[in-house]
Design a protein around this ligand. Structure first.
Ligand code: GTP
Length: 359
């Protein structure tokens, strides 16, 4: 059995989050509000709940905002240190770069954008009892083609790493959480960018290291795209996704302090309404992620979409599967569908963008 208090956690949060632009122009992905908290809070609270105490955040893009939010970590019962990469070193370089801050012989490394219910103690125990050099958390997905596919043999030992292959031999994918022997981290080349998935792991197999998979069927979602971010947020609100940081306040929707929702507005599908937002009568929000200070006018419809800080959605506008940047202004009756993205501060005039000729 591993004592979690003698395990370092490393969280990689240095990515630019390009797939979530324009929201990530103003905030790094792990800091985007998710069910009312910075996304990373959900992960850090899981780490704390597992009994791990020491956390190193590997930062790069917008590095300064992490320390302002989490400080020394004591509010979460953690000791948090920050290591900044002036030039992003990639996921492998980011891990190598924190080696000098590790205190113990075992480190658990997380991608900072994954929402998961994996039992971290069971993962650590599996790593230790199988005497692995590295243990990867693996999950099974319906369509593995968009992920790193990780086949294992009958003993659960990893046999290959296949990044985003069209013909995956298994539905097991890399879930973005790994337990490392510290000595393995210390042997990763430093001073240059490298990918843990594409370079470090295949190199470990080539060197004959014992790399094991730990497969479970807990909740799992990579929050990297708008579609996944919206789903993950709604799952948190509805209690489908676990988070020790949310206590009891789960339901069909979540409305934060200082927000006003007029009678006759309908909030369903795990919708979250941020602080100070105003939702007018007749608006219909289904699976909507409404950041702080947003105004949604009468009769507007927002489905499976994210509305950035301080944006306005005009009367009877329709936004479905879209992302609206901070401070944007969507005029009355505009229609934005299927992956539409509006950049921060852009103003669309009333009726200025439509996908139909209906009035
Ligand atoms: P996209 O640009 O949309 O692909 O997002 P991303 O930049 O976050 O990349 P990706 O989703 O592949 O990253 C997985 C995790 O690793 C995220 O939590 C990132 O913050 C983190 N990450 C990615 N690149 C780096 C890096 O160069 N340094 C550090 N420290 N972390 C990184």
């Amino acid at each position: 059995m591993v004592n979690p208090a003698e395990v370092d956690a490393v969280v990689l949060v240095g990515g630019m989050g390009t797939r979530l632009r324009p929201l990530t122009l103003s905030a790094p992905k792990p800091m985007l509000p998710t069910a009312g908290l910075a996304f990373l809070t959900h992960l850090l609270s899981r780490i704390a709940e597992a009994g791990i105490e020491h956390v190193v955040l590997g930062t790069s893009y917008k590095a300064e905002v992490f320390e302002s939010e989490f400080g020394d970590g004591s509010k979460l019962g953690l000791q948090i240190e920050y290591v900044v990469e002036n030039e992003p070193l990639g996921t492998g370089g980011g891990i190598a770069n924190v080696a000098s801050r590790l205190r113990y012989d075992t480190a658990i490394v997380f991608n900072g954008d994954v929402l998961s219910g994996c039992d971290l103690r069971a993962l650590l125990d599996s790593h230790s009892s199988r005497e692995a050099d590295v243990t990867l958390h693996l999950v099974r997905v319906g369509d593995p083609r968009a992920f790193g596919c990780v086949p294992t043999d009958s003993d659960g030992v990893v046999t290959a790493f296949l990044e985003k292959t069209q013909d995956p031999p298994t539905d097991q994918i890399n879930a973005g959480c790994y337990v490392f022997k510290r000595s393995v981290i210390e042997a990763i080349p430093t001073g240059r960018a490298l990918s843990v998935e594409r370079e470090v792991f295949p190199g470990l197999l080539a060197d004959g290291k014992r790399v094991c998979g730990y497969v479970d069927s807990s909740y799992w979602r990579d929050m990297g795209t708008p579609e996944d971010f919206v789903r993950g947020s709604a799952d948190l609100v509805r209690g489908i996704a676990p988070s020790p940081a949310l206590k009891g306040q789960r339901g069909e929707s979540l409305v934060h302090d200082g927000a006003s929702v007029a009678p006759g507005a309908l909030l369903i599908g795990g919708t979250v309404v941020g602080r100070g937002a105003e939702i007018s009568g007749g608006a219909r929000l289904d699976g909507a992620v409404i950041f702080d200070g947003v105004r949604v006018e009468a009769g507007a419809v927002i489905e499976r979409s994210i509305i950035g800080f301080g944006a306005r959605v005009g009367p009877r506008a329709l936004i479905r599967d879209g992302v609206i940047g901070d401070g944007a202004d969507i005029g009355a009756r505009c229609e934005l569908l299927r992956g539409a993205r509006v950049w921060p501060g852009v103003q669309l005039p009333d009726g200025g963008l439509r996908f139909s000729t209906d009035v």
